[in-house]
Design a protein around this ligand. Structure first.
Ligand SMILES: O=C(O)CCC(=O)C(=O)O
Length: 302
């Protein structure tokens, strides 16, 4: 049966703004991703002269190793991303986050406070998304892949405020506003769990007071008619290694065409980001195939 969002996941995604997929990554995928994460972390820390206990992040991480590139169309999570966003999408950002044990005094800070090590925020460009009816519009999701054990309280897990994608972002700036504690979810998960979440959700981190370094990856997907934050065009060598679906997701035409503006560039230019042809977005045919397979298995099982 092809993977398909369930009614319960859809409800959670709409009401809470997120849901979890346990075992989205197999143990061997987790091991391989940790090995690459450790290798990059060690190399860049050396190059940048960073101390071993500093948090470290690599952006556009998909360009740093083909194992990271392959996560853009991960077979478990991509169907869910397409179910919530449709097929005219691309990667906005991809990042690797390594967070060693932090100084113990972080444990005394108020979770997500403005003066804390990681304040509450929602994701967005400088000057923010245009607010519609007091809410951030739905333009983006992230898939978080958690590689290390985050089941303990204060092990560096992300915290989200349930339903905050429907709250006014102005409240984030209001120093008198108190988040109801029962809406705060500390995402205490086992390695291999993924979270699909609306990046309009308010989020922050617990301090990592555990003895383990926290390692995770985030892949942000948004609509192709918005500009990515980590790249303008990916490296030609990387694009050449992509499948058509990956090529779409890394911001190019799935067809490999470079003429982005249609047949009559001078008098009637047509952006393929606004008006894609079917072969520019191979995810469309893929989504249609998935839907047909779902119908088939539904009819066979009923
Ligand atoms: O490191 C984390 O888990 C949170 C990262 C974050 O704030 C983000 O992805 O926007």
């Amino acid at each position: 049966m092809p993977i398909c969002i369930t009614d319960e996941q859809r409800r959670r995604f709409d009401e809470d703004g997120f849901f979890l997929m346990e075992n989205a990554l197999t143990p061997s995928e987790v091991d391989d991703l940790i090995a690459v994460t450790d290798e990059l972390d060690a190399r860049y820390r050396r190059e940048k002269g960073l101390k071993p206990d500093e948090p470290f992040q690599v952006r556009n991480v998909l360009a740093h190793h083909d194992l990271f590139l392959r996560l853009v169309d991960h077979p478990v999570m991509l169907p869910l991303v397409v179910d919530v966003m449709g097929c005219n999408i691309q990667i906005r950002t991809s990042h690797m986050d390594v967070r060693p044990t932090c100084p113990p005094e972080y444990g005394q800070q108020v979770l997500g406070a403005k003066d804390s090590f990681f304040p509450w925020h929602s994701d967005g460009p400088n000057f923010g998304y245009p607010i519609t009816n007091g809410q951030v519009p739905f333009v983006e999701v992230k898939v978080g892949y958690y590689l290390t054990d985050l089941t303990e309280h204060n092990s560096g897990a992300i915290c989200v405020v349930r339903g905050s994608h429907r709250m006014s972002p102005a409240l984030l700036q209001d120093a008198t506003y108190r988040i109801a504690p029962d809406r705060i979810v500390e995402v205490n998960v086992r390695p291999g769990t993924a979270m699909l979440w609306r990046t309009a959700l308010w989020h922050c981190l617990t301090p990592n007071l555990s003895t383990r370094t926290r390692k995770c990856l985030y892949y942000g997907y948004h609509y192709r008619w918005i500009r990515p934050s980590d790249y303008v065009h990916q490296d030609p060598g990387l694009i050449a290694r992509c499948t058509p679906i990956q090529r779409q997701l890394v911001g190019e035409m799935g067809s490999g065409h470079r003429d982005y503006m249609g047949e009559d560039l001078r008098v009637h230019p047509v952006s393929r980001h606004w008006r894609p042809e079917d072969d520019d977005i191979p995810l469309k045919a893929w989504a249609e195939e998935q839907a047909a397979l779902r119908d088939d298995s539904f009819h066979h099982s009923s």
